[in-house]
Design a protein around this ligand. Structure first.
Ligand SMILES: *Cc1c(COP(=O)(O)O)cnc(C)c1O
Length: 402
């Protein structure tokens, strides 16, 4: 726990230094309307993000509707017809399947624009299949995709050191490839981010870690300046890019959220460690283990059956400050292949730096829990979930005997 406190302190210092360097002032929070020309707050927000993530440039906007939209802009910005995208960390996050064109033809996916897509499955031990990657990289390969977080998968997440190594290695195989990292859930869980370690382009969601629970919507893209600019042309229009886009009333919350993010991420990480410890004491396998190093917010727990999965998620909802009186049920969420049940009693709709839990209803029955703006809330949520499982007769809690 003291290690997590140190992490939060160092990241807090890094964020404050970036604010100071760019002289963040009250007037930056005002927000523009209409076209949003010369919005100095927006420009400074981009500069602050670029510094914090040690990137050449950043594009931080409330106009990104979700993480998927942000990642799609980054990919469409960097790829051209005839190019190929190669994911080396196995299947990407569920909602990206329709973006790359693995599913749902005709919707304007990369594939509809003659941009190829391939992926190399991870090895059974969770590592990168380098033989497979070497064989898959070809003359068309333009972008290498890496997903840092486990997402809704029972695999390990990749820490920044591992991503730095992957980046160096793919560039040895083909020096002109670009490396893109889906950084969702990773921000501030380590002291450095992938863009500080050779990655060309990176994207994430503001309703996850870097929004600090306050940013009302949006995403960020950062990395090489030319690639960030190409992504901005996708978000708005070619020739316009990041120079328009009214920030309306979002700037104060987005700045303040970034300021608070290192602390809240630290609280969420402490909560995840507690969850892993409680579940393993109750006989469930959890990943990562409580004492393993972390590189994202997600705590995965393997349940025995659908009933346990649903009861757990419903138990987390019961501990929320918002919407605790509603009972979540599985539903067919847009972009997901299986019904998903979600506990999201949050101030920001779907905000998952706030305590939340999701589970696709499919085997193996894995619940994914993440977030928690305060450690006390996570603790309360876990106790509520355990008592729901216990009351429903779904788990037996044995008295401790050693
Ligand atoms: C959340 C997430 C996404 C997509 O973000 P949405 O806001 O749900 O569209 C993509 N990749 C990973 C790893 C994520 O965790």
């Amino acid at each position: 726990m003291t290690e997590l406190d140190k992490l939060a302190e160092r990241n807090q210092r890094k964020v404050i230094r970036a604010f100071q360097k760019h002289h963040v002032s009250d007037f930056h929070f005002a927000g523009s309307t209409g076209y949003g020309y010369n919005d100095r707050g927006r420009e400074v927000l981009d500069l602050v993000y670029a510094d914090v993530f040690e990137a050449e440039a950043a594009l931080v906007r409330p106009h990104f509707a979700s993480g998927t939209h942000t990642i799609a802009c980054a990919l469409f910005g960097s790829l051209r017809p005839g190019d190929e995208l190669l994911y080396i960390t196995g299947q990407p996050y569920d909602t990206l399947r329709k973006v790359v064109g693995q599913e749902g033809d005709g919707a304007g996916s990369l594939r509809d624009f003659s941009i190829g897509y391939r992926e190399v499955e991870l090895l059974p031990d969770g590592g990168i299949d380098w033989e497979g990657v070497e064989a898959a990289i070809g003359p068309r390969t333009r972008v290498i995709g890496i997903q840092r977080s486990r997402g809704y998968d029972w695999r390990s997440s990749f820490d920044v050191a591992a991503i730095a190594e992957m980046t160096a290695r793919v560039k040895r195989i083909k020096p002109d490839v670009l490396v893109f990292v889906d950084n969702c859930y990773g921000e501030f869980t380590e002291e450095r981010e992938p863009t500080a370690c050779g990655v060309d382009l990176m994207a994430g969601s503001l309703i996850k870690n870097p929004g600090g629970g306050l940013a009302p919507s949006g995403g960020y893209i950062c990395g090489r300046a030319d690639l960030v600019e190409q992504a901005a042309y996708r978000l708005t229009a070619p020739g316009i890019g990041g120079e328009v886009g009214a920030m309306l009333d979002t700037l104060r919350a987005t700045f303040q959220g970034l300021f608070l993010a290192p602390h809240f991420v630290g609280q969420a990480l402490k909560g995840a460690v507690l969850a892993a410890a409680m579940f393993s004491a109750a006989g469930f396998e959890s990943r990562p283990a409580w004492d393993a190093p972390r590189t994202d917010l997600i705590q995965a727990v393997r349940m025995d059956n659908e009933a346990q999965l649903i009861a757990f998620v419903q138990g987390i909802q019961r501990a929320a400050a918002v919407d605790a009186h509603v009972v979540p049920e599985p539903w067919a969420m847009p972009g997901y292949a299986h019904p998903v049940i979600m506990a999201a009693g949050t101030f920001i709709q779907g905000g998952s730096l706030e305590l939340s839990a999701d589970a696709p209803i499919r085997e193996p029955y894995i619940a994914y829990m993440q977030g928690g703006l305060t450690y006390a809330h996570v603790k309360f949520g876990l106790l509520t979930a355990f008592s729901r499982l216990h009351e429903s007769g779904l788990i037996v809690i044995k008295p401790h005997t050693t």
